[in-house]
Design a protein around this ligand. Sequence first.
Ligand code: AOS
Ligand code: ZN
Ligand code: ZN
Length: 396
Amino acid sequence: MSTSADSFARIAPQLEGQAIELPSWAFGNSGTRFKVFGSPGTARTVEEKVADAATVHRFTGLAPSVALHIPWDLVDDFGALRRHAEDLGVSLGTINSNTFQDDDYKLGALTHTDPKIRQKAIDHHFECLDVMDATGSRDLKIWLAEGSNYPGQADLRGRQDRLAESLATIYDRVGPEQRLVLEYKFFEPAFYHTDVPDWGTSYAQVSALGERAVVCLDTGHHAPGTNIEFVVMQLLRLGKLGSFDFNSRFYADDDLIVGAADPFQLFRILFEVIRGGGYGPANPDGTSEVAFMLDQCHNIEQKIPGQIRSVLNVQEMTARALLVDRDALLAAQEAGDVLGAHEVFMDAFSTDVRADLAAWRESRGLPAHPMRAYAGSGHQAELETTRVGGTQMSWT
Ligand code: AOS
Ligand code: ZN
Ligand code: ZN
């Protein structure tokens, strides 16, 4: 089924201004513990990663900011990096802390039994907050690799208490326009227990901090079969869904292109975001907008087009979710019309919006088909020729 011009025209204004933040690390070489494949043209510096993010924005109009990871993206002068980004038409977004690549953190960071190590991890977050002041970033995102591998190894309750104390110390330094965003993940790298394994724990921890502490939902961080859209609904209902890390998973935390593994799940998630008032700056019930971010790695595919594909997938599924006839849906639900309600929902999901989106992009001065436009632009070949020498950035 394709859209009637009328229904697309109805939702098009809501697509205006959609913003999906890109992770700087998507532009570095990445891989698995088995192999990191290098690819020609990969960014060698933070400045080049920011430039690649700006390229994605230029072709799509969807990605006006780029998230940084400290210390991976540490530079001497964040003011200069900010100006570099702004010159390229993007801004610096979420600052992600890193307490998972230091020997001191082997048994924990914010939860460690040794107060000196806890303070070191807290100081790292203070450093991230200083970076945010220079970059103009709003969000400090904390994902913790902390946990244990064997039953009995650690005092689960003691770690949770120390976590609460460490987070409170960090939160005290979060500015009035800034937010602390706590991400959860059910396992990995710890395999027996993780200190922030689920939305409930993240919710409990951020609720104890205050209003400017919220939850980040990474779509790849749930057990198979989890009803993620239910979690989305609940966190929005509680006013605590701060942001998404979008990606796809088949098995574990695969960090694949969002919408690639299960487009229907992405649709269902976006429907709940819209339904819950988390989409778009002007939503009726005053709930604050949920930040959309990608958390992906492109291990074997090209990185810039990988990111272009990703933001287009989010845009396309947002359009389909906006097409749900919510009045008809509610009427069918209240009438107890099980199959009728399901059909209203599926009609929107089955709608092919690609042609309408292409025409709409063109009307706004963007390429109708950003993937094709990028492939035909010669940009990739130019990067491969000019980005020689130096160290192609990588992680994992
Ligand atoms: C880790 O699994 C989390 O998804 C983090 O959000 C993110 O991937 C990490 O900070 C980048 O290494
Ligand atoms: Zn994540
Ligand atoms: Zn992850």
